[in-house]
Design a protein around this ligand. Structure first.
Ligand code: ZN
Length: 272
């Protein structure tokens, strides 16, 4: 079981399962960590969610997802900031120490403008995060999402922004799906770790062909990402946190989720 000590599953991976059901299914397989998608907790009171997590001895690793700061409309930017502050409180209420930021972008304005608004958004919510004891992780997204999901697309950009803001509560989430192609990946992962900013590591795989930009991720081992190599860089950078399995996949959501979880555990042991 020791090999599973650092395995975490993101609830979006088993989207069809209810929250308590997912917790039970993870715990039964010796999975210790859970990353919580806001919608997975849904209407469940946060103290009840806390009790379910404790009942199954699951460690909340992260809460997802904050961000989406850029918008040409200042009122909408303000709403985004308020929602992020709310998510910081929700993360604290379920005992998750980290809020992941999908920074956002808007097709109606330049990437530079979106990046300025991202920085402003993060700087605005940082005091609330620090007060709640919650860390924030900028997750660089694959450039195919630069139009509408994130204007932060490489580890270098995430590192630059993190260092420019310069808060111990701000770091970076490395998701193999988004960064595997980057020729500067090792160098930027090491830079991130050496500076104490490497807060999270997300696993899945890249399928060829891929049928959907968002909802066709592969199970580890199904695609072309050299997972052991990226894991070795993350460890070389000093990261010793959980390995979060995050698979957005219509194909896997249509499968039996208990069998899928068995496959995840096998794939993690075999390919990561
Ligand atoms: Zn991710």
């Amino acid at each position: 079981m020791e090999v599973l000590d650092r395995l975490c599953v993101h609830t979006i991976t088993t989207k069809p399962l209810g929250f308590a059901e997912a917790c039970r299914a993870y715990a039964e397989r010796g999975i210790r960590g859970i990353t919580i998608w806001r919608d997975a907790v849904g209407e469940i009171p946060r103290d009840e969610a806390w009790d379910i997590l404790r009942h199954y001895s699951l460690q909340p690793v992260a809460y997802c997802r904050g961000g989406f700061f850029p918008d040409p409309d200042p009122d909408r930017r303000k709403l985004a900031i308020e929602d992020n502050v709310k998510m910081i409180d929700e993360a604290a209420a379920v005992g998750a120490p980290l809020l992941v930021l999908v920074c956002g972008a808007h097709p109606g304005q330049s990437l530079e403008t979106s990046r300025t608004q991202i920085r402003e958004g993060i700087e605005t919510i940082l005091p609330a995060a620090r007060q709640a004891g919650i860390r924030l992780a900028i997750e660089p997204l694959h450039p195919m999402y630069a139009n509408d999901r994130s204007a932060i697309n490489t580890m270098k950009q995430a590192n630059d922004l993190t260092e420019a803001i310069g808060s111990p509560a701000l770091g970076v989430a490395v998701d193999v799906y988004h960064v595997w192609w980057d020729p500067a990946l090792r160098e930027e992962i090491l830079r991130c770790g050496m500076n104490g900013h490497l807060f999270a590591f997300h696993l899945c795989d890249w399928l060829t062909p891929t049928s959907h930009f968002l909802l066709d991720r592969g199970l580890m081992g199904e695609g072309c990402i050299d997972l052991p190599q990226i894991r070795s860089w993350v460890e070389e950078a000093g990261f010793d946190g959980f390995h979060e399995v995050e698979i957005f996949s219509e194909r896997w959501w249509a499968a039996d989720q208990e069998e899928f979880l068995d496959r995840i555990v096998e794939a993690y042991q075999q390919y990561c």
